[in-house]
Design a protein around this ligand. Structure first.
Ligand code: HEC
Length: 180
């Protein structure tokens, strides 16, 4: 547990204003995790939107199967499942829970609809939202895809998704437009 980045918010030692909910230094740390959270740690409730990585992409830790990153999946899962059994939590109950991830999860299942009014991208590349221009990163911004070279030109008549976030959890605009 201490070897994973989860401690940033779940350890009294590294969180300056106290941990979020459960914490590692409790006499029995697993007792501080609510049932739903324990089911997530065991991999009974999906938390893929928090990041689900195979070990080779995650410093040797798997986070595909269990919610708690681990280098020993069967042992970690057996440990957490034994605690769930002790608490009387069943897989059926866990399966009925909403996947973890809050706004990251709800964004992952969001179905966009058509842009309202003029929002979209003009043939000139001007993004009709703020004055940004498609394919031309504004000062202080970066283009990620593709990381190098020009962005592919939008194809006239094709439908695209304009997705603007204030922060990873705070979408401003999410709508579909047809390139002019
Ligand atoms: C950026 C801070 C942060 C990080 C990093 C973080 N968490 Fe949390 N975690 C929170 C907050 C905030 C809560 C909610 C606490 C509350 O509602 O009282 C929470 C709650 C939880 C819960 C309890 C959920 C429930 O049933 O209420 C679990 C389980 C959990 N986190 C697991 C993890 C795991 C596993 C990791 C690492 C993969 C992790 N957390 C990393 C902030 C964080």
């Amino acid at each position: 547990m201490a070897a994973s980045a989860c401690v940033c918010c779940h350890s009294t030692e590294v969180s300056p204003r106290g941990p979020s909910g459960w914490y590692m230094e409790a006499p029995v740390w697993t007792d501080t995790v609510p049932d739903a959270g324990l089911a997530m740690l065991a991999g009974w409730v999906d938390s893929a939107s928090f990041g689900a990585f195979p070990p080779e992409e995650n410093n040797g830790f798997d986070r595909h199967t269990t919610g708690l990153p681990t280098t020993d999946i069967p042992r970690m899962q057996a440990f957490l499942e034994s605690l769930l059994r002790e608490r009387g939590v069943t897989r059926e109950e866990a399966a009925a829970l909403t996947p973890f991830g809050g706004p990251i999860y709800t964004q992952s299942i969001f179905e966009p609809s058509a842009c309202a009014g003029e929002e979209g991208v003009r043939a000139s590349g001007e993004v009709i939202w703020s004055g940004l221009r498609y394919g031309e990163p504004a000062p202080g911004t970066v283009q990620r895809i593709p990381a190098e070279g020009a962005a592919p030109a939008l194809v006239s008549g094709e439908r695209y998704y304009l997705y603007v976030l204030r922060d990873i959890g705070v979408p401003i605009t999410r709508c579909l437009f047809t390139a002019p």
